[in-house]
Design a protein around this ligand. Structure first.
Ligand code: LLP
Length: 370
């Protein structure tokens, strides 16, 4: 295998999808996969075949989802900065729903829909001001975050909604953040959502669509202990805390679907030491896995194969990129390393390859699927 190389275990992915479908379908919940987490065609194909919809945040993501075979009536379009061209593309492909994030966007969608002679289904993304208690850079549902309608914008929309004749305002959308491991946070979301549903029905129509976003976290610390997230407990939290039972409820999960099926294989280029540290310089860096540099994220790192000496040492596992933040693991306990040893970085299926960069002239290797 050429390194650095992402490897995907399709059996883990399929079992994850199986357990996800079991837990969601018995509640009649609909799940869209957040394409941004990993848009490799083989991954999209498996997810499409397992019956999920696609949650897209750009015109290209919509195109990838359609190319992968997702039916347009299972594709939704979210995102805080949709361009006119992307909106026109989404509408011309008759996707199921556009999640609008502000008043000007709703007006723009209405105009483009009118120009195409169509009525478009939209849901309003609201910012519920719920603290997801996750990393600040992946929190999205606080009023200081750029996402969704604020109450100010929502009130303006209510005043002019009758002029937006090419919009069918069907419901509400929320997404409060990512890598949420404490299910009580979703309980707090439900409490807000219950109030917003009443507000929506007073000011718009009967609510027929409710999308509660994604965000379910995975176990990065010990991936083998929890290869498949507890979807049953996740959906049960919503079932127990949503008061309105007769609404079509949708979710858009990314990380929890694909994180644990992906690994990043990397080779040790050099071992060296400073006065205070031992370094393992590897051939993967922040260009392949940005999460540690961007969010101080922890990824478990394993030694692959039989160690030359089993004495455990502590290494900072660093990449080749000319940035000090290019460190994929600090003080990682590994057997004594030699040039050419292979390390495996775990839980890389989500927001790994999809966030990879060309910085420093880096070239992306083809992934392997097993
Ligand atoms: N829906 C919306 C509107 C989103 O913005 C996101 C993720 C999702 C669904 C899927 O969330 P998930 O189930 O994957 O938590 N790059 C970061 C994560 C950014 C998430 C962005 N939005 C990371 O590597 O941790």
């Amino acid at each position: 295998m050429n390194t650095p190389c992402f490897s995907y275990d399709m059996a883990i992915l399929n079992e994850t999808l199986h357990q996800l479908n079991d837990a969601s379908s018995k509640r009649n919940y609909k799940v869209h996969y957040a394409v941004k987490a990993n848009y490799n065609p083989q991954i999209l194909d498996a997810i499409m075949l397992n019956g999920l919809g696609a949650d897209c945040v750009s015109g290209r993501e919509i195109a990838w989802a359609l190319e992968a075979g997702f039916n347009s009536d299972k594709v939704v379009f979210a995102g805080v900065g949709k361009s006119d061209e992307e909106i026109a593309y989404a509408i011309s492909n008759d996707i199921a729903m556009i999640h609008c994030e502000g008043l000007q966007e709703a007006i723009t969608v209405n105009e483009i829909a009118k120009s195409q002679g169509k009525i478009v289904n939209i849901a309003l993304r609201l910012n519920p001001n719920v603290n997801a208690n996750t990393h600040a850079k992946i929190t999205t549902g606080l009023s200081e975050n750029k996402f969704g309608f604020s109450v100010i914008e929502l009130n303006k929309l209510i005043l002019m909604k009758d002029q937006l004749t090419n919009l069918n305002i069907q419901g509400l959308h929320f997404h409060i953040g990512s890598q949420i491991r404490d299910l009580n946070i979703f309980k707090s979301l439900c409490e807000k959502v219950n109030d917003y549903i009443r507000f929506f029905e007073l000011n718009f129509n009967t609510l027929s669509y409710l999308n509660l976003g994604g965000g379910l976290g995975v176990n990065y610390d010990n991936p083998d202990a929890e290869l498949i997230p507890d979807f049953e407990a996740y959906f049960a939290t919503f079932e127990a805390n949503l008061l309105e039972k007769n609404i079509e409820v949708h979710f858009e999960l990314g990380r929890s679907v694909v994180a644990q099926c992906g690994k990043l294989y990397t080779k040790v280029l050099y071992v060296k030491e400073s006065e205070t540290k031992k370094f393992a310089v590897i051939d993967a860096g922040m260009t392949e896995l940005l999460r540690p540099a961007l969010y101080d994220a922890y990824h478990h790192i394993d030694f692959n194969g039989i160690a030359f000496k089993s004495d455990v040492q502590k290494y900072d596992v660093v990449g080749p990129i000319c940035e000090s933040s290019d460190c994929l693991g600090k003080d990682v306990q590994l057997p004594e390393l030699r040039r050419g040893d292979i390390l495996v970085i775990r839980s890389c299926g989500a927001y790994g390859e999809s966030m990879s960069l060309n910085y420093n002239g880096r070239i992306k290797q083809a992934a392997v699927y097993c």
